[in-house]
Write a protein that binds this ligand. Sequence first.
Ligand code: PLP
Length: 449
Amino acid sequence: MRSTIVSSESQVRADDRAHVFHSWSAQGLIDPLPIERALGSHFWDYQGRRYLDFSSQLVNINIGHQHPRLVAAIQEQAAKLCTIQPAFANDKRGEAARMIAEIAPDGLNKVFFTNGGAEANENAIRMARLHTGRHKVLSTYRSYHGSTATAITATGDPRRWPNEPVAIGVVHFWGPYPYRSPFHSDSPEQETRRALAHLRDTVVFEGPATIAAILIETVVGTNGILVPPPGYLAGVREICDEFGIVFIADEVMAGFGRCGEWFAIDHWGVTPDLITFAKGVNSGYLPLGGVVIADEIAETFRERPFPGGLTYSGHPLACASAVASMQIFKEEGIVEHARALGEDVIGPELAILAEKHPSVGEVRGLGVFWAIELVTDREARTPLVPFNAAGPAAAPMNAVAAACKERGLWPFVHFNRLHVVPPCTITEAELREGLAILDEALTVADGFY
Ligand code: PLP
């Protein structure tokens, strides 16, 4: 009989290469690094090499790796009740939903739980369609909403292309992006006006009576940490109100402290109709996501059944971890910590790097959610690698990433950008250590300038 004990790095690699089918990858062209353990802001490979996690594992572990209280809460719940199907009431399911409703904007009081972000968006769109009796969904080109059928169709970025055609009824529009304005604006204020005029035109020409929802990432994540310019989100709210459209705020990446507020949208005091979340709700210690639902939409399903569900919806273990995570966030002031790190350390330090390195075109962000956009010409804003670069075209960014990894920092790289997205719990000393490594790695980017 073959032993199933995995003890060595070579065994981990062999099993992975033989049997694991990886996301988003050509299976024969990848060589995933085996990881043995993690703690706080770091993880370790089998050679004992330590990496400072400036990626937060797909911008997920807001609370850091292996938070002892969160691990203990999961163990405690596992000893009591691992699973019970969604039709039952359960203490942790109810407590998690109540705590999420308490931190959500006023008037959003119910939570539908899913296993992750894509399912959250699928179900938010389903709710919007059933609530309005309309079918179209408008979402932006620079977006990622997940890889299930409707979520990947709503996604604007190139991950959608090889999946088409999947779902029907999705229309894309341009969101604001002052640094590379699709509207050729000269200022954030002009960008807001033009982006809203474009959105309104899109609604009018698509036929308002056919549009169920506008789905946007409150702060666009993978597609560039695009912080909405002043007045944009309030303007989207007004357009939704004018035409009876459901406003879905995708906070899967931006929510739960990442932007220095519980929900990113709290920065602008705007209330959407549905908020989708996942990742930071429990830092992915167990799969969990969901939709926070406005009372008016919840009311639609008071007498009429909601025609959707998941075996693991409101999974007790996952919900127990969300409850513990939110308690820890409150007791340890993690949201405030994330905000202060952005204002006092990341923002000022990245501004210094932008002064120093010609390859830095722009830095932007808030909380612990930042991007460094790399260019080969500041005036022309030519990206260091082209949009959707892959293979040899991506080599300059791969060189920058390699320079980070050699120095013990695990970066988050997307096209021509380095995203600075460490855990919300990172200490100031760790953060400064990571930024010093980025400073060195940026000299590699300068070499392509
Ligand atoms: N929405 C946003 C904004 C995301 O960043 C992601 C994942 O990165 C998703 C949705 C999809 O979440 P999941 O991978 O949990 O399905």
